[in-house]
Design a protein around this ligand. Structure first.
Ligand code: TYD
Length: 214
């Protein structure tokens, strides 16, 4: 675990913590699955996790995303941050798994809040809310055009409130801003072309990870 200076803030970076990000339909879930299978074959202990989590706060978030409850847009950053706090510090969460020697692969983390919740809320406020959280050692961003992402999720049975093209186009823009914000954070940020075949991306990810020796 290392302390890295980012401007005035000193951020904790968690080794063996890898986050996958992208707009909806970018393919993060598929890549995490492929990487976890590969790690298991290689005898590397991994925890596959993601946000929103499966805990009570995450479940409430999913109900809101499905349109089952309505909340004010300014409530959403707090819900995601509360879910994240539990994800990090709760039983069986990110920190306890890292302490046990696992690699933790997370489908989304605070970068999602910075890309999604900043469309309806002030960027600095959302960033401030998430500034308490440690950063992952590695951030993988899967880039796909919003049209491709929407096309891929069209077959899903339920549509979530954010899964419309106009919103995803804004999320796509916000991610660019987020990635540039973290350029000098000390994290390893790697951007992949999410339109490539999933096996090709997986091999690129695996080759990238080979460089890491902990
Ligand atoms: P997603 O990973 O797409 O889950 P699923 O594939 O099961 O639908 O995540 C659900 C949505 O939550 C997605 O649209 C992104 C959104 N989200 C935020 O808006 N902010 C956040 O901080 C996180 C973690 C997710």
């Amino acid at each position: 675990m290392g302390r890295i200076g980012t401007g005035n803030q000193r951020k904790i970076i968690l080794d063996r913590f890898i986050v996958f990000e992208g707009i909806d339909g970018a393919g993060t879930t598929t890549q995490i699955r492929l990487l976890a299978e590969r790690c298991k074959r290689e005898g590397i202990p991994v925890l596959i996790t993601g946000e929103p989590t499966e805990n009570c706060i995450g479940k409430t978030i999913r109900q809101i995303l499905k349109g089952e409850h309505q909340v004010h847009p300014s409530t959403m950053p707090f819900l995601f941050a509360a879910d994240r706090n539990e994800h990090l510090y709760g039983e069986g969460g990110i920190l306890s798994s890292l302490e046990k020697g696992f690699w933790v692969l997370s489908d989304r983390y605070l970068f999602s809040s910075l890309a999604y919740q900043t469309i309806e809320n002030d960027f600095r406020q959302v960033r401030e809310l998430n500034s308490r959280f440690p950063l992952p050692r590695i951030l993988f961003y899967l880039e796909v055009p919003p049209e491709t992402g929407i096309h891929r999720i069209q077959t899903r049975e339920t549509r979530e409130i954010y899964e419309v093209l106009a919103f995803q186009q804004q999320v796509h823009q916000q991610y660019r801003k987020v990635l540039s914000t973290y350029q000098k954070s000390g994290m390893e940020i790697h951007i992949f072309d999410g339109t490539e075949p999933m096996e090709t991306i997986h091999e690129e990810i695996w080759n990238f990870l080979k460089k890491f020796r902990y």
